[in-house]
Write a protein of this length. Sequence first.
Length: 209
Amino acid sequence: MSAAASLYLWALIKGLGTSAGLIMAIGAQNAFVLSQGLKRQYHWPIAGVCSFFDAVLITLGVAGMGALISQNELWLSVARWGGAAFLFWYGFGALRSALKDQSLEADRKGASSLKKALLTTLAVTLLNPHAYLDTVVLIGSIGGQYPEGERFWFGFGAISFSFIWFFGISLGARWLAPLFQKPIAWRVLDAAVCLMMWSIAVSLVIAAV
């Protein structure tokens, strides 16, 4: 293997690893994708939308936008307050769901429309400041340190992991489906989602004040 090929391979691996460390963390987007995967509700289009916008944001970040956003306090404040408002609203919806008795079959009967599912996916993706901080700012700033050739492979690695992760948890959720035949499992999941959303929202508010 040539020296250049070795550098490109290392940049690819670094991109995969960096993306894994950020995207695998439990957050609003992952919670929604997992929930929809368990319900078998439009989980493939949802995984595709999440992966696509991650790819767009990572590309923008690696291309140089990450450094620009991190230096603009106004943009960061708008992202934080808007994201906190959405996460409070989404967490309230999860809390209401946790107070209801539901099983996997019962939830399937009340499946939301594809339009609603995709709009919610866009919201948890584009109204979530952590998505921008992770993809555009953090991955972008790290990738921006590489020379042009290596930067491409770093970005490609980061984008590749996003596709692997979202489609992986959408597919893997089916193995958890038997557990969610029990209403108590949905109560626990919804309560956990609510607490997670609200904790993220509170952290954004604290960071904004």
